[in-house]
Design a protein. Structure first.
Length: 618
């Protein structure tokens, strides 16, 4: 028992110092527990197969899909319409919405769903996401106290009461307690988040981006200014013809930027978009969308000659940047080196299209932008070429280091592009997951629901590829929780948990019911900082019940104190999965949880010691 407590204390010390990554500290503690024979290898590694850990992995994937499809931006836009740019209203809205969802969905699921939405909200409001992410995690736990199913400790004390023959709790028996906790949380977190979390993440915010965004490139080269978009209809004369046969460039002084082919199934729910680089041999089909650059009058003349359908108000010039998407095809800049073999050669002689499957759509030379008649232009050293092609082909241009330098990281830019046409599908999958988790009559475990949702997000194309799904998983948080979960087994196995609990509770029982209630609450709260809240509730509930019966008191306030103490643990990043989920995204250290979470934890405890007897008399 002594060795276990020493390992726990040293781990907590390293967590607080923050010099070593938290997941490394947790794994080292796990290894020590095995080396000293406290845990068997199976017991030590059980955390990596724990349903909570598997659920975290799945929820990272679901949250990533919500981001990748742009669903987070859409939802955050709706919330922004309510909150405006007022930071206080935004804070209150995030707390209220998260608490409400947390009443019916697990706190882990609530945070995973809200995390990408809140990050988008913070970006739109031009505030640091860290100001909202820790309150988000805490609000999910606060909301869990509103209903019987909100958090596992609530169900634990329900089982203890019914097994002891007491009247079971109703679904909303927790609501008064939960509402008081939420109000306290808002009043405490509002000043503390401003005081201690204001500077988090500002380094990233102030960094100058060396890579231009796609939006900046579109604006800089004014690609949207002369963009026209037409649909090949049933009566269009371009059906079955190739781009070369139409001779669009010579006859109309237009360039074909892209041909897009869209297919929809299941009444528009499942939509696929195939972007094609327009080459001479590209055959046009009915339903294809042709993107042209050039004078609007010429574009309208071409559309009239071939009976094309005008799309998105091209006639009055309102199409603008909205028509440019970069799902499969992207754009990037390359700088031609003075030593390149292509210097002083005409662009048409280089053969970008045939050799590299790349189009040149613009050239920047000494501050001037050349967008027309590029084929006959002679290339100079130092020219900046705006290239267009598939993201993979653009990335492969980096292999020609002797001829040019690719500016930025094309594949990283591709990862930032939202697949917004998949947003309705992602929303349906997310709602399906929530329904399976909320309603008991659906015989699907929460972890199964999350795994189904994660796999569906990948299979239905809500990610660009499987690798993109894997990149959304924060492995540091996953390993941290998985390595710390067996610590509860070690504490129970060595008798450390029971010894601490019994000594604290028995020593306070003689000082009256309020002191005993405080002792149970804060003992539970202390243990939850180091072992899971469910394990703590299971351990402390029988002790609280016995203490109340021996003192001839009602067990309800004492068991509620256990549920609260186990759920309201904010002073540690690994006490609850939501705390760990936001740790990396908010760039929090262990001490940030101490500064913000510990005062909230203590204040809720002090208030509840006096409120619980009013709601549930001794």
């Amino acid at each position: 028992m002594i060795v276990t407590l020493i390992i726990l204390a040293v781990s907590a010390l390293f967590f607080a110092i923050g010099k070593i990554r938290s997941d490394v500290v947790a794994v080292c503690a796990l290894i020590l527990l095995m080396v000293f024979g406290i845990l068997t290898p199976d017991e030590a590694l059980s955390g990596f197969s724990n349903s909570v850990v598997i659920m975290m992995v799945g929820l990272f994937v679901v949250g990533g899909a919500i981001f990748q499809t742009g669903l987070a931006k859409m939802i955050s836009g709706r919330i922004m319409n309510l909150a405006g740019n007022n930071e206080l209203r935004l804070f209150l809205l995030v707390m209220a919405v998260t608490s409400f969802i947390g009443a019916f969905v697990s706190n882990t699921g609530t945070v995973a769903l809200m995390l990408p939405i809140v990050v988008s909200l913070a970006a739109k409001a031009h505030i640091n996401a860290s100001r909202l992410l820790m309150p988000l995690a805490f609000a999910s736990s606060l909301g869990g106290m509103l209903t019987l199913i909100g958090t596992p400790p609530n169900l634990v004390i329900q089982d203890v009461l019914t097994e002891a023959g007491y009247q079971p709790l109703s679904f909303f028996s927790f609501s008064p307690v939960g509402l008081i906790c939420i109000v306290i949380g808002i009043l405490v977190l509002l000043p503390l988040s401003r005081l201690f979390l204001a500077k988090k993440g500002e380094n990233g915010k102030n960094e100058k981006h060396k890579t231009k965004t796609l939006e900046q490139l579109v604006n800089e080269y004014r690609l949207a200014d002369n963009l026209s978009k037409f649909v090949v209809g049933n009566d269009s004369h371009v059906k079955g013809k190739t781009i070369a046969e139409l001779d669009i460039h010579n006859r109309y002084a237009l360039s074909v930027l892209e041909v897009r082919r869209e297919t929809t199934r299941q009444k528009g729910l499942i939509k696929n978009v195939n972007q094609m680089l327009a080459g001479p041999r590209t055959v046009l089909q009915e339903g294809d969308i042709i993107y042209l650059t050039g004078e609007k009058d010429n574009a309208l003349r071409f559309a009239g000659d071939y009976s094309l359908i005008i799309a998105d108000n091209v006639a009055d010039g309102k199409d603008g940047q909205k028509g440019l998407d970069f799902y499969d095809i992207g754009i990037a800049e390359i700088v031609l080196l003075p030593t390149s073999r292509f210097v002083n050669r005409h662009l048409k002689e280089v053969g970008f299209r045939s050799k590299y499957s790349i189009n040149i759509v613009g050239i920047r030379r000494k501050g001037e932008y050349i967008m027309d008649d590029l084929a006959g232009l002679s290339l100079h050293g130092g020219d900046v070429l705006l290239v267009q092609g598939t993201w993979a082909n653009i990335s492969r241009l980096s292999d020609e280091e002797d001829n040019w330098v690719v500016l930025g990281q094309p594949l990283e830019e591709a990862a930032k592009v939202t697949l917004d046409y998949k947003a309705p599908l992602a929303a349906c999958i997310m709602l399906l997951m929530i329904v399976m988790m909320v309603f008991d009559f659906i015989p699907v475990a929460p972890v199964t629901a999350v795994m189904i949702a994660a796999v569906l997000m990948v299979l239905t194309g809500c990610f660009r590829n499987v690798e993109a799904a894997y990149k959304t998983i924060n492995w540091e948080s996953v390993v941290l929780i998985a390595a710390m979960l067996p610590m509860s087994v070690a504490l129970e196995k060595t008798g450390a948990s029971a010894a601490i609990s019994h000594s604290l509770v028995s020593g306070l029982g003689a000082y009256g019911p309020f002191v005993l209630l405080a002792g149970i609450y804060f003992t539970t709260s202390l243990l939850t900082m180091f072992i899971s809240n469910t394990a703590t509730a299971v351990l402390m509930s029988p002790i609280a019940l016995t203490s109340a019966v021996e003192s001839s008191l009602s067990p309800y306030p004492f068991l509620f104190a256990v549920a609260l103490g186990a759920s309201m643990c904010f002073a540690s990043p690994f006490a609850t999965p939501p705390n760990a989920l936001v740790m990396q995204a908010g760039r929090y250290s262990f001490m940030d949880y101490i500064k913000v979470g510990l005062p909230l934890q203590l204040i809720i405890g002090i208030v509840m010691v006096f409120v619980l007897p009013l709601l549930f008399p001794f």
